[in-house]
Design a protein around this ligand. Structure first.
Ligand code: GAR
Length: 223
């Protein structure tokens, strides 16, 4: 089944912290012709910098504190209700540090993106930069992918590679990787909003051009 998407896809962004990736999405979405607009930013934490970034850009914000819920399913149901209440068509996880239930993820299949600070499938999970240093890896990087129920493992959409330097710490490496996250995440949102991503045999196939008929489609079918 394909979901028709209006010329500017309505995007909800979920954050937990500083929101520099959110900022990159906001900045890129302001460019003329960008096929998506951010209509809602939800944080599971009160008072984080990302909420200020959204407000400064005139974007509606909401705090849904996971500690106010008995279990993950009811927290995710509240997220879903908020996203649907403003007609979101795409969800971007941008430093959102909660594990989502498969029920929630299935509802957004093919329409939910994540950015992760490693070259997946290496180093899923936390502390990616220290783990790359500990492994004597020579390169590091970041990945955007569609979100599937297994954490950090959905079809990969874009990656960027950076060198690991002899004097790198986890912090210096994180800063170098983060710059690349800011580059590939908006590019990936553009591809999804333009309907150029299809999943074939579990792999992402990216079409050179948007569908020619003027209808922008996101196909959530995992074939
Ligand atoms: C980013 O590096 C992002 O890739 C990472 O958290 C940071 C958030 O920074 N996300 C994860 O580790 C999720 N698995 P930001 O709030 O400044 O965008």
């Amino acid at each position: 089944m394909s979901h028709p998407i209006t010329p500017r896809a309505r995007v909800g962004v979920l954050i937990s912290g500083s929101g520099t990736n959110l900022q990159a999405l906001i900045d890129e979405a302001a460019a003329p012709g960008f096929p998506a607009e951010i209509v809602l930013v939800i944080s599971n934490r009160l008072g984080v910098r990302g909420l200020q970034r959204a407000s400064a850009a005139g974007i509606a914000t909401l705090v849904i504190n996971h500690q106010d819920f008995d279990d993950r399913a009811s927290f995710d149901a509240a997220l879903n209700e908020a996203l649907e209440s403003v007609g979101c068509q795409i969800v971007c996880l941008a430093g959102f540090m909660r594990i989502l239930t498969s029920g929630f993820i299935d509802g957004w299949a093919g329409r939910m993106l994540n950015v992760h600070p490693s070259l997946l499938p290496s180093f899923p999970g936390l502390h990616t930069h220290q783990r790359a240093l500990d492994a004597s890896a020579r390169v590091a990087g970041c990945t955007t992918h569609l979100v599937t129920p297994e954490v950090d493992s959905g079809p990969i959409l874009a990656q960027a590679v950076v060198p690991i330097l002899a004097d790198d710490t986890a912090d210096t490496l994180a800063a170098r990787v983060l710059k690349q996250e800011h580059r590939i995440y908006p590019q990936t949102l553009r591809l999804l909003a333009e309907g150029r991503i299809r999943i074939v045999d579990g792999r992402a196939v990216i079409h050179d051009q948007a569908p020619p008929d003027g209808v922008i489609l996101v196909n959530p079918t995992m074939e």
